[in-house]
Design a protein around this ligand. Structure first.
Ligand SMILES: C[S@@+](CC[C@H](N)C(=O)[O-])C[C@H]1O[C@@H](n2cnc3c(N)ncnc32)[C@H](O)[C@@H]1O
Length: 271
């Protein structure tokens, strides 16, 4: 017998995993690596994102056999791996941050998800992928962007073949105002501006000039009405809202295409 053999090999593996987890930290996704090791056991939100996923997991088809998935802002790959567990034929997972891509590669390797294709890619460059996916996951990224509607337009135009699973942080009213077809400049017969814009349930994007939750990369916080309005404006229908900030969307015709009447607005508008 080899004198150097560990008395408890499982403990050695756990210690090795813990050291790798620490070297790759800090983590946003808490992922169970087995051997009693998780990537973010002290996560400020708890067992995140597993507890959140549990709230809307049933909204996504249980079997994704033969389907292609694009996970934008994949972080450590929690959702990519869940989609592989559901049998997705191909999962491409992109993030703009090398730190998170290194975590994702380590987790996928450790848990045996060898065929997830991780790539460094900014959401504004999704067109470079040159293909459309059956399901696009765009969760937890919109409010980090300086140009959120542009990102939605690009995702709709270039990579969404059928469905998009979308999540954003939301602030403000949870009521949704039914907006009129048109907004007169004045209340008819008066000099007063219409009151729509003061209504908390009117679609509103709160611009975060400084930091939110100690994070300077948070730029925008839509209210619920704005999330829904932006999704529609980018050419998505909302099929379900299984959790208050999660939307399951499907590709729809681009609205307002007729209004543009040949004007040089964003190209997607004309299609
Ligand atoms: C709050 S985390 C969300 C992670 C995961 N999608 C989820 O819902 O749990 C935001 C992720 O988006 C990535 N991200 C931020 N800006 C991005 C951009 N412009 N393009 C691609 N990924 C981006 C970050 O690096 C980070 O991994």
């Amino acid at each position: 017998m080899n004198d150097m053999a560990p008395i408890h090999p499982g403990e050695d593996r756990a210690a090795e995993l813990r050291a790798q987890v620490e070297a790759l930290g800090p983590w946003f996704h808490n992922i169970d690596l087995g051997h009693g090791v998780t990537t973010a056991p002290d996560h400020f939100l708890g067992d995140y994102p597993r507890f959140k996923f549990a709230r809307f997991a049933d909204a996504i088809p249980a079997a994704l056999t033969g389907k292609t998935v694009l996970d934008i802002g994949c972080n450590a790959g929690f959702y990519s791996m869940e989609m592989k567990r559901r049998g997705a034929a191909r999962v491409v997972a992109v993030d703009s941050d090398d730190h998170y891509l290194a975590q994702a590669a380590f987790v996928a390797q450790t848990l045996g998800f060898h065929d997830i294709e991780f790539r460094k890619l900014d959401v504004y460059d999704v067109g470079a992928l040159g293909e459309k996916f059956d399901l696009v996951i765009f969760m937890g990224v919109l409010y980090h962007l300086r140009h959120p509607l542009l990102a939605l337009d690009l995702i709709r135009e270039h990579v969404t073949g059928d469905m998009m699973l979308f999540q954003t942080m939301q602030q403000g009213s949870k009521d949704v105002l039914e907006v009129p077809e048109d907004h007169p400049f004045h209340v008819p017969g008066t000099n007063n501006p219409p009151a729509y814009f003061d209504d908390p349930s009117y679609p509103k994007m709160h611009f975060i000039e400084r930091r939110f939750a100690n994070d300077w990369t948070n730029w925008w916080a839509p209210n619920k009405a704005a999330s829904q309005a932006m999704l529609r404006a980018a050419g998505f229908t909302i099929e379900a809202q299984p959790e208050h900030e999660v939307y399951l969307c499907r590709v729809a015709p681009i609205p307002y295409a007729d209004w543009a009447d040949g004007m040089a607005v964003y190209p997607a508008r004309g299609k």
